[in-house]
Every structure is written in structure tokens, then in C-alpha cells.
Design a protein around this ligand. Structure first.
Ligand SMILES: [Zn+2]
Length: 288
């Protein structure tokens, strides 16, 4: 399992014991998951008082897509996120790309919806978000590549599309710099709209990015949107890549869902996919 060679930079930032613990457990993607497929509520959540951080993750609202009930879908997903906050708590929401559908006229009306969340939220840029980075930055206070910290946990957001909707690899230098900047945290999560490994029809190959992920010892999981028909997990080199179905849009899983990420005080990580219509978890995965 000791498949990476830590850089001097990483060693400098880590107490030796903490580093050894990460080295031993960091690359393990333990499956409790697909055996927990449920039709009802038979999935037991850890006690809420052991939670350190809880994130609600959705993607692909496609606000403005013709012949879809995008207004209704947004109102409903925001209601669900706000209910999650009132219930078990949500520190922030993440909307993982394709927030609106091609026409920039839908950009600000879409944001007005999300602004009614009762929690802070962050976004990634998707291929249908056809607006320039300057306007995006003015609106969301972040560019297309950025990072943030919450409760001593690192989060890095990468871009996978240009302004015309063409799929692109995240900027390699910006990614390298962000991964290095956030290497000091014990746990790191990445959000990017399009998956960088060609395991779905709509994926793109980003070998340099994947190579960096493989070596990033504190990277615990990568979260994607884009593939509306994917709602589970794929694995590469001990790293987990999660999907979350879709908030709206004309195709995908036969339900509109979202994903929850829970980080416990003891460092355990749990993520599960919700089918709110069935009031059930679709799948779950524990990470260490
Ligand atoms: Zn989409």
C-alpha cells in the first residue's frame, strides 16, 4: 500500500506519527457500499453528535433547459438541502457543475434560487455553464480553480470545460499548486464536474491530473457531476470517484438525487447517495 514517495514538502508539514498513519491508511477505499443497497430506510447512520463536518452535494441542475421542470426541480432540491440542514446539519452545500443550461440569461435567475439555501454553498464550473470566468468570479467570488478549508479539512475545486462547453482537462499548473497548498490538511476532497478517467461515455482522459491524485496522500475522494446516469463510485489506484445522479435535466437516473458527505470527529468518512423520492439511501461507502 505504500505506493507513493512523499515529497520533502509533505514531510515538513506533518508530524511524523500523523504522517505514518496517513501513509498506512490513506490509500484504502473500504467498501461497505454496494451490499447496502436498500429499498427502505434500513441504513443506520452514525450518531449525529460524532459528526465533524457534513456536506450536501448535488450537480446538474441545468437551469433553463427546455422541456424540463427546472424551476420546480430547483425549488425541491433547495427544500431538501434545507431540510437536511435542519435535521442532521449541513456545513455547506456543493453544486458540482452544469448549474444552468447554455443560455447566459439563466445564470443570475439560477443563482437567485441557490441563494435561498440556509447554508453557504460552493460551485464548480460545468460544460453547460457557458459564461466567461470573469463573470463567474464576480458572481461566486471564486474562479474556475480554487480551494477552501472548513474545520481543518481541505477542498479543491477544478475546472473541466471552456466557455464554449468544450471538455478540457483541469489546468495542470493550477491543480498542482492547489494540491500542494492543501497538502497540509489531514483530509482533502476534490470537486470537478467531468471525471478524468474514461470509464463513462462522457468522461475525458486527464492522465496528468490522475497521476497527481494518485500521489496526493491526503486525497480521500473526488466528486463528479456530468454523468447524470451515474450515482455510485468508481475506483482507481485506491482513490474513490463518486457520482451523484442529477438535480434536473432531461436524462439520467430515474430519480433526482443528491449525495451526502459526512466526516466524523474520529476521522472516519462516510458518503451516501440519497433518493429523496424513496426516502432512502441508494448506496453508501466508508473511507478511511
Ligand atoms: Zn449535466
Amino acid at each position: 500500500m505504500l505506493t507513493f514517495i512523499p515529497t520533502i514538502y509533505q514531510i515538513m508539514h506533518y508530524h511524523r506519527r500523523r504522517f505514518l498513519k496517513q501513509a498506512i491508511t490513506g490509500a484504502v477505499c473500504i467498501s461497505t457500499g454496494n451490499t447496502l443497497k436498500v429499498l427502505g430506510n434500513n441504513f443506520t447512520l452514525p450518531p449525529a453528535n460524532k459528526l465533524k463536518l457534513r456536506v450536501a452535494i448535488g450537480s446538474d441542475g441545468h437551469y433553463g433547459e427546455p422541456k424540463t421542470a427546472y424551476e420546480q426541480r430547483h425549488t425541491e432540491m433547495i427544500r431538501l438541502f434545507n431540510a437536511e440542514k435542519a435535521d442532521r446539519g449541513v456545513d455547506f452545500a456543493f453544486i458540482n457543475g452544469d448549474l444552468f443550461h447554455n443560455d447566459v440569461a439563466f445564470f443570475q435567475p439560477m443563482k437567485k434560487h441557490w441563494d435561498t439555501l440556509t447554508m453557504p454553498y460552493f460551485v464548480s464550473h460545468g460544460n453547460h455553464d457557458m459564461v466567461d470566468e470573469e463573470t463567474w468570479t464576480k458572481t461566486f467570488n471564486h474562479g474556475w480553480h480554487y480551494g477552501f478549508e472548513n474545520k481543518d479539512i481541505g477542498f479543491v475545486v477544478l475546472n473541466t470545460a471552456d466557455v464554449t462547453g468544450k471538455y478540457v482537462s483541469p489546468d495542470v499548473e493550477k491543480t498542482r499548486q492547489l494540491l500542494q497548498q492543501y497538502a497540509k490538511y489531514g483530509q482533502l476532497f476534490v470537486f470537478m464536474h467531468i471525471t478524468p478517467i474514461k470509464w463513462t461515455t462522457h468522461a475525458i482522459e486527464c492522465p496528468e491530473i490522475v497521476e497527481m491524485f494518485n500521489k496526493q496522500f491526503n486525497l480521500k475522494a473526488v466528486f463528479h457531476g456530468h454523468d447524470h446516469d451515474q450515482d455510485s463510485v468508481k475506483e482507481n489506484a485506491g482513490k474513490c470517484y463518486f457520482f451523484d445522479s442529477h438535480i434536473s435535466g432531461s436524462w439520467g437516473t430515474d430519480y433526482y438525487g443528491y449525495r451526502i458527505l459526512e466526516v466524523m470527529e474520529n476521522g472516519e468518512i462516510l458518503t451516501y447517495q440519497m433518493n429523496p423520492g424513496a426516502k432512502a439511501q441508494v448506496n453508501s461507502r466508508k473511507l478511511t
